[in-house]
Ligand binder design. Structure first.
Ligand SMILES: [Zn+2]
Length: 361
């Protein structure tokens, strides 16, 4: 209920995506109306985690353990967050915002382009000295063959297991001559992972190892479909399934389009509920909860190849981008739409979530 007719596909070409730009206008217009209705309905339905939190807090204050003893999935998240007295981690959001600016300044960074290569070198220069692995291959697409390179930086932990954080760094091939620079879509995801690397570098974590993955070929080369999208992660998920890595992954979180001013992360129904709840609990700890889950919908993003293989996943994404999604996949996706405050909100929340996953039984 309250869902679009089909999963919200974040990566479609502008002609196919927007109701006012022609194409499949009627059906898509209904999808948007339904999504808007979903948002209204979600306002009533989504505060379940918040409500249970209020209950738990109230029960605790009254010395009444009855309600706190209610064993729900979100209750476990709340209990984890409440029992944890460690301070909330903080990223350097100013620095992350500068990374976003620098990445965006390369211009269009579509697969096979010179700017893409420059960005690969830029990412590698920032993780120099860290344990870095490449996942490279050639993608055979409807627009020809393209080299794909997922870049993986690994930060060790004492616990046996991996927490993976993914974010794509490519921009859209079909938009290559439009002046499109993807500040939010591609820029912010690249940048926040670079900042996470700064926070993780130079120490062995007490919890699980954290692997950061700059994914490539997330965007469609023509129009979003199962076969024209997610080139990098489809390859990586298959590889990790074969080599046994997937079994070790305790949680996988995708960062995408996370920097718009007054960020609003949606609740993705293709993601794993307990992990979404854990993220919400982490956000509450920072007082950031109003930036999470006002909209409830189904997303297709880099997490899907892992969702299909049973990995606990969360897609952390802000959509629509601008009212009516007007900035998404347009040359208006520029730095002036973004805020370091949003990177702070998402960055702190995700680092806190990593700590909560460490402690999850
Ligand atoms: Zn995109």
């Amino acid at each position: 209920m309250g869902q679009p007719e089909e999963p919200m596909k974040k990566k479609q070409t502008i002609a196919g995506y927007f109701p006012h730009r022609g194409g499949r206008s009627g059906r898509l217009r209904w999808a948007w109306i339904l999504m808007a209705l979903g948002a209204i309905i979600a306002c009533r339905e989504v505060p379940i985690p918040a409500a249970s939190s209020a209950n738990a807090a109230g029960a605790e204050a009254a010395g009444n353990g009855a309600k706190a003893a209610e064993a729900t999935a979100s209750g476990i998240s709340e209990a984890l967050a409440a029992s944890d007295t460690a301070p909330l981690p903080h990223i350097d959001a100013k620095r992350a915002f500068e990374y976003t600016r620098e990445v965006t300044a390369f211009g269009a960074r579509y697969m096979g382009s010179e700017n893409h290569k420059k960005l690969e070198r830029y990412i590698l220069s920032h993780v120099k000295g860290d344990e870095v692995e490449d996942d490279t291959f050639t993608a055979d697409t409807v627009e020809g063959k393209f080299p794909i390179r997922n870049i993986i930086a690994k930060y060790p932990g004492k616990k046996d297991g991996i927490i993976a954080i993914l974010g794509h760094y490519d921009t859209n091939y079909p938009l290559r001559y439009t002046g499109y620079v993807g500040a939010n879509d591609g820029g912010s995801s690249t940048a926040i992972l670079l900042e996470f690397a700064n926070q993780l570098r130079g120490k062995t974590r007490d919890g699980y190892s954290v692997w950061l993955v700059w994914t490539d070929g997330e965007e469609a080369v023509r129009a979003w479909s199962d076969s024209d999208s997610l080139y990098g992660t489809r390859h990586l998920a298959e590889k990790w399934e074969k080599d046994g890595t997937l079994k070790k992954i305790k949680a996988l979180m995708v960062m995408d389009m996370i920097a718009p001013k007054d960020v609003a992360i949606l609740r993705d129904s293709n993601s794993t509920p307990w992990l979404l709840d854990l993220i919400y609990a982490a956000a509450q700890k920072g007082g950031y909860q109003s930036h999470f889950y006002a909209i409830d919908t189904a997303m297709e993003d880099d997490h899907i190849p892992f969702v299909k293989r049973g990995v606990p996943c969360a897609d952390v994404i802000d959509m629509p981008y601008g009212y009516n999604d007007v900035f998404h996949h347009t040359p208006q996706d520029t730095m002036d739409k973004l805020s370091p405050d949003s990177l702070q909100i998402v960055g702190d929340t995700i680092l806190e979530t990593v700590r909560l996953v460490d402690q999850k039984p």
